[in-house]
Design a binder for this molecule. Structure first.
Ligand code: BMP
Length: 229
């Protein structure tokens, strides 16, 4: 799976997934401005609580062809509840979902028929995530063994990205933490990630379209350099 994500990435020449958590304007306005430059849209819990599930359904309906729709509610529950949530996530129109791995049970909910693409979170970008980071190799193994499509790796910790890339060459690696959390666009791809997740530096920018385009171009310059190497 993840074929839609990769297909759109090649068609649009973009590895940018924009995170909608806190946004500075109507969702539709921002989605429209980044549609051309981003490959996907990641919707988080603050967005759901502020705008509601109908707004999400509308975004999926309107942008679901041109953008890969990724649901990020940080699922971390018993496999039965995660499975229920994954069914509803798919019904809303999402292509993929992020789930935590540390709670155990990914082997079970990854078997759910008709589920969205699954990205297991194996380490986090904030400095305090020491407990989860200490176990990232075990968590990565659980993701691979479960047959999930990919995992979330921290852009702020390139050594973890490099190690994950080496240990799991076939997984799609999504890296959040670009921009507002420090790292420059392109740095996570340079370390081995496949996609960069960018939130505030696009969504709170005065011109989200230009900010997204600039990130896309910076990432593409790094990819070009890698190809020429
Ligand atoms: P921002 O670029 O505004 O920091 O947003 C980053 C996004 O990536 C947020 O949606 C956040 O939930 C997510 N994220 C993260 O920042 N670090 C992680 O380790 C995992 C995430 O999913």
């Amino acid at each position: 799976m993840t074929s839609k994500l990769w297909k759109l990435a090649y068609e649009k020449g973009s590895r940018v997934i924009v995170a909608f958590d806190t946004i500075s304007a109507e969702p539709d306005l921002i989605a429209e401005s980044i549609e051309e430059y981003a490959v996907g849209l990641k919707i988080g819990l603050p967005f759901l609580l502020r705008w509601g599930s109908e707004a999400i359904r509308n975004l999926c309906r309107k942008y679901g062809e041109s953008l890969y729709m990724l649901c990020d509610m940080k699922l971390a529950d018993i496999p039965y509840v995660v499975s229920e949530a994954l069914i509803l996530i798919k019904e809303l129109g999402f292509d993929g979902a992020i789930a935590h791995v540390f709670q155990g049970g990914i082997q079970e909910f990854s078997k759910l028929p008709g589920r969205p693409d699954l990205f297991g979170l194996i380490a986090m970008s904030h400095p305090q995530s020491t407990l989860i980071d200490a176990h990232f190799e075990d968590l990565l193994k659980a993701v691979v063994d479960a047959g999930a499509e990919g995992c979330v790796v921290p852009a702020t910790k390139p050594d973890i990205i490099r190690r994950a890339r080496r240990l799991a060459p076939g997984l799609t690696l999504l890296a959040p933490g670009i921009g507002a959390q420090g790292p420059q666009p392109g740095s996570a791809i340079g370390a081995g990630a496949d996609f960069e997740i960018i939130g505030r530096s696009v969504t709170l920018s005065e011109d989200p379209g230009s900010a997204c385009k600039a990130a896309r171009d910076a990432i593409n310059a790094i990819i070009k350099k890698q190809l020429l190497r």
